[in-house]
Design a protein around this ligand. Sequence first.
Ligand code: AMP
Length: 198
Amino acid sequence: MQTTSIVSRGTQNTKNYKHMTAEEVKALIRNVPDFPIKGIQFKDITTALDNPEGLKWMRDEIVKRYKDLGITQVVGIESRGFILAPAVAMEIGAGFVPIRKPGKLPAETVEVSYAKEYGTDVIQIHKDALNEKDVVLLHDDILATGGSMAAAIDLVRKLGVKKIYVNCLIELEGLPGRKILAEKGAEVDCLFGIEVDE
Ligand code: AMP
């Protein structure tokens, strides 16, 4: 019978977390070819999230990197940025703020539109969610071309925040995402680098 030190998904409750390496957690991320359209190598993080030790490792790793930076709000980008951002926020003593697609936030919003491969997209944030005293950690699952994170930076800057850090679980290497964000003056840090065609 095959044995493994890693608890597989949904099979048992894990109270005594075993230590995983970054490489072991990275190996949990599933590649789904040709999703949502032909030619895209979709990085599916659900297979790392449903592993109790993988889930905890990712949260702890982000916490370790950002806990001493005076972050006041962790801002998650809809929708996969919502998964770990609140868990991180609670650990580092920050609040959680969502960036959402249009028509979802109930109070007054500010918005940014940005070009996508096909057409444009709009993202919104509550106008009173952040202010000039905030040190913000922007979080999403994947940094690809950098278009959506660049728009998120522009959006939180509209609210006059003091400082912005950017974190993604995965950086798709070979795409210009990191360079585009660096040109915006954002400090970018990702847990895993994966070649875009891998
Ligand atoms: P981008 O604006 O090109 O940096 O794309 C980032 C957003 O698109 C993130 O919110 C990701 O969830 C999603 N995304 C882009 N490429 C992929 C991919 N290969 N696999 C999974 N999600 C992706």
